[in-house]
Design a protein around this ligand. Structure first.
Ligand code: CS2
Length: 491
């Protein structure tokens, strides 16, 4: 049967989708059990998929109530598709879309915060998961919640909550009042000790809101991993070609995926362990391995690559010397700071991550990864640098990555093209950069002075400053490509 180009993905058109690409469960067939905050591509390519497969494998009322904090567009498109969307798995073998059916309901926090609060307080809901990115946790470098007037008003209940701590605090208080039972609140963001940090944020937020965290609320830590580039027209084309119907909101992902979860779910959980997730009692070594190797290398490629005019991660990795420099960064600077999970070798893990990054079909852009550096680098890079400095060593290549970020936020690529600064601290960073002379020393002093990013320990470290200034001078004189090539030759 010829399929008209205008047929859109929805329950009614599933018959036209090849059997292997149909959802493992139907969104209307599963009762809700999870509220998820943050409906971005990563959640849809990761936890929503694991959850769908877990329901298909072992049952359970674990349908997801997906909450978009701000963007209404994604909600409208998902509603139009009966909450169905596809994941296009992309590799050298081709692009394979599959429709996912675990989104049971959808909510928009910005226009309906009370609806979200009511769902957090719903006894049927026993898990809240989050993919809201680092900045939504509002942590300062000391790990404290940064409270401003707007958040105070949200927590005092004088305005409707818009922030994640505000929504969660009001939701958990409503849940206590409703005696709705135990719940696990699970951060799936790239923060070291993400569970503990979220607990810390919520303890402070609840105290301000006049509540306390009950013992029936747990905050399991997790390590999540899958490369999910931004959806493009090409993703939509691939989805339509494979499905035979048009999906307006597909997500693309690499074949690899990993989820390590601390197993503390007082209200139960989906059988994620039956579909490849690792349930354990200690996630910290996994988080450190991933953040300090995979994510740090990703950021290194993003900043050095963007300075050198490279559009994608795979292209940037082809720069002569790049892979050698990154392998040395892992071996010389990162490995000594890790206590890896049993059976894991950081060097081999790093090689596998670099192999994943070379997948040319993924098209992950350097600019996408470069965003929010002020929020990402503390977890990915500054911990490594601080540990190395405490041990009396000078982590040379980690300092190169830091210098590359500093050059990047200066806003000009090596060929003179402007670089976008997409960061919650963009204004502060711009002011700092403009406040000093445009020299390696001036740039280093201006940016190390940002106490929102750098602890005193690093900001006032003359050894670190000297090596960063040296790299800034090299990047200034030779550009990123030649600096990397020169350093790579030394391998
Ligand atoms: C990336 C991550 O955008 C970024 O900062 O480093 O999103 C990365 O792709 C994922 O963490 C991989 O699991």
């Amino acid at each position: 049967m010829a399929v008209s180009m205008s047929t859109g993905l929805c329950l009614g058109s599933l018959r036209q989708v090849p059997a292997a690409a149909r959802p493992a469960v139907r969104p209307d067939a599963v009762a809700p059990g999870i509220v998820h905050l943050g409906l971005g591509a990563f959640h849809r390519a990761h936890q929503a998929l694991y959850t769908e497969e877990a329901i298909a494998a072992a049952g359970g009322d674990w349908g997801i109530i997906g909450v978009a904090p701000r963007s209404r567009e994604i909600l409208q498109q998902l509603v139009a598709q009966d909450r169905l969307y596809s994941i296009v798995t992309i590799s050298a073998e081709g692009a394979f879309p599959r429709v996912v059916g675990s989104l049971r309901e959808l909510r928009h926090a910005a226009s309906d915060p009370l609806g979200v609060i009511a769902q957090i307080a719903n006894p049927a809901v026993r898990i809240v998961t989050l993919t809201v990115t680092e900045k939504a946790y509002r942590l300062d470098p000391g790990g404290r919640l940064q409270v401003d007037d707007a958040l105070l008003a949200e927590l005092a209940g004088t305005v409707q909550p818009a922030s994640i701590p505000g929504l969660l605090a009001r939701g958990l208080i409503a849940r206590q009042r409703a005696e709705a039972g135990p719940i696990a609140v699970v951060s799936c963001d790239n923060l070291q000790a993400n569970g503990e940090r979220l607990r810390g944020v919520m303890e402070q937020a609840m105290a301000i809101a006049g509540g306390t965290l009950g013992t029936d609320v747990t905050f399991p830590s997790t390590m999540v991993d899958r490369i999910v580039p931004a959806t493009t027209d090409q993703t939509r084309r691939l989805a339509r070609d494979g499905l035979g119907v048009a999906d307006l909101v597909p997500v693309a992902g690499e074949p690899f995926r990993q989820w390590v979860i601390e197993d503390r779910f007082p209200g139960g959980r989906p059988a994620w362990d039956q579909v490849g997730a690792v349930l354990t009692d200690d996630v910290a070594p996994w988080e450190a391995l991933k953040l300090r190797i995979l994510n740090a290398v990703h950021s290194a490629i993003a900043y050095l690559g963007a300075l050198a005019g490279q559009r994608t991660v795979a292209e940037a990795l082809m720069l002569p010397g790049m892979r050698a420099v990154l392998a040395r960064f892992i071996a010389q600077d990162v490995t000594a700071t890790l206590a890896p999970p049993e059976g894991q070798c950081p060097i081999a893990y790093g090689e596998a991550a670099l192999d994943r990054f070379t997948n040319p079909t993924i098209g992950h852009t350097t600019i996408q990864i470069a965003m929010d550096g002020s929020q990402k680098l503390p977890y990915r890079l500054l911990g490594t640098i601080a540990d190395q400095r405490r041990a009396g060593r000078s982590p040379r290549l980690a300092a190169l990555v830091l210098a590359a970020w500093m050059r990047f936020v200066r806003g000009i690529a090596d060929d003179g093209t402007p670089l976008p600064l997409n960061d919650p601290l963009a204004e502060r960073i711009r002011q700092a950069v403009a406040s000093g002379p445009d020299t390696p020393e001036g740039l280093a002093d201006a940016l190390f002075g940002l106490r929102e990013i750098f602890h005193e320990e690093l900001a006032d470290d003359p050894v670190l400053r000297a090596v960063v200034v040296e790299w800034l001078a090299a990047l200034d004189r030779h550009g990123a490509a030649a600096t990397v090539r020169g350093e790579g030759d030394m391998s």
